[in-house]
Ligand binder design. Structure first.
Ligand code: NDP
Ligand code: MG
Ligand code: MG
Length: 340
């Protein structure tokens, strides 16, 4: 049966009796640190260097800030919220030497524990609290009095209360307002990587670009292609999010629904599913993780070049022009890239 944990299933006092170091102040880090603080938890943000842009942001938000090693030795719970690819190096240099028995090491994604890039001492709790949403949404929903649903998982339960502590932490960042599901580090890691690669990020952006290019190459105006293949995604996904696939199909025209049934399976056919299985296999075997870490260790050259190339895609140019010229119904920018 589907068991979810809500506010009533979690004891906030548990995390409030601990000192929590949030290592990193990016997307997840700023949301965890600020939500914890607003929930009455004693928080300190750990930053990698005195010149770190994160340092000023966290200080301006009224948080205690220190170097990573200092925050780690001060804390009872160390939550690791730096990029996954850089996490093991930072852990070995500045966190591991300061963990003492009875401490907890926490994560928002299972990558480094599951693929054994970080192997913590047996005397500490190792748990995950992973909000299923971008950090900026985690913060926004909390401020609104709501929360982003989350996952918890326990890799090591040295204290005998790792699960209660994970739930307590999940409550402090707002996730138990929405609902928390318990999983394992393995399942969270593998499904998270698969979802972002095959569907949410990789699958979706490739689908959008292929649709856009097909229309533009057939002679249609780029602005028309942009609206049909990118802009309207939001309107459709809002309906999916709200009530699932049938809910979306209820709202679209019968013509759109008929075309959905007849053309959708021709676009995403069994050959796509076969390749999804290949992608899943590379995730499960650790091949993806090792490739990504090798890319990072090699200076991320291909990664950064691809980022630049992708930003040059014509759909990005026309999209920018349109968004500047047209007022869309919105509640303002979710992500202000000039600050957190
Ligand atoms: P970010 O990329 O936003 O983290 C940026 C922070 O990490 C900054 O404080 C930055 O410091 C610091 N940092 C960057 N590079 C390094 C480095 N080489 N060494 C030490 N510190 C560094 O991370 P996310 O919030 O995206 O991800 C954090 C964790 O949360 C990951 O495990 C991720 O999988 C997980 N997660 C992320 C989600 C998201 O919404 N992004 C969703 C769910 C889970 P500086 O200011 O000095 O650059
Ligand atoms: Mg992810
Ligand atoms: Mg239409």
């Amino acid at each position: 049966s589907l068991a979810l944990f809500y506010d009533d299933d979690a004891n906030l006092d548990l995390v409030k009796s601990k000192k929590v170091a949030v290592i990193g102040y990016g997307s997840q880090g700023h949301a965890h640190a600020l939500n914890l603080k607003d929930s009455g938890v004693d928080v300190m943000v750990g930053v990698r260097s005195p010149e770190s842009p994160s340092r000023e942001k966290a200080e301006q938000a009224g948080l205690k800030v220190a170097a990573v090693d200092e925050a780690a030795s001060w804390a009872d719970i160390v939550m690791m919220l730096v990029p996954d690819e850089s996490m093991a190096d930072l852990y070995h240099a500045a966190v591991e030497p300061h963990l003492s028995s009875g401490n907890s090491l926490a994560f928002a994604h299972g990558f480094n524990i599951h693929f054994k890039k970080i192997v913590p001492p047996e005397s500490v709790d190792v748990f995950m609290v992973a909000p299923k949403g971008p950090g900026h949404t985690v913060r926004r929903e909390f401020v609104r009095g709501s929360g982003v649903p989350g996952l918890i998982a326990i890799a090591q339960d040295a204290s005998g209360q790792a699960k209660e502590l994970a739930l307590s932490y999940g409550k402090a960042i707002g996730s138990s307002r929405a609902g928390i599901i318990e999983t394992s580090f393995k399942d969270e890691t593998e499904t998270d990587l698969f979802g972002e690669q095959a569907v949410l990020c990789g699958g979706l952006t490739s689908l959008i670009k292929a649709g856009y290019e097909t229309l533009v190459e057939a002679g249609y105006k780029p602005e028309m292609a942009y609206f049909e293949c990118l802009h309207e995604i939001k309107l459709i996904t809002d309906l999916l999010f709200e009530g699932g696939i049938a809910n979306m199909r209820y709202s679209i025209s019968n013509t759109a629904e008929y075309g959905d049934y007849t053309s959708g399976p021709r676009i995403i056919d069994d050959s796509v599913k076969d390749r999804m299985k290949d992608v899943l296999q590379e995730i499960q075997s650790g091949v993806f993780a090792d490739k990504w870490l090798a890319e990072y260790r090699g200076g991320s050259k291909n990664f950064l070049q691809t980022r630049r190339n992708e930003a040059e895609h014509p759909i990005e140019k026309i999209g920018q022009e349109l968004r500047d010229k047209i007022t869309f119904p919105s509640e303002g920018k979710l992500v202000d890239r000039s600050r957190n």
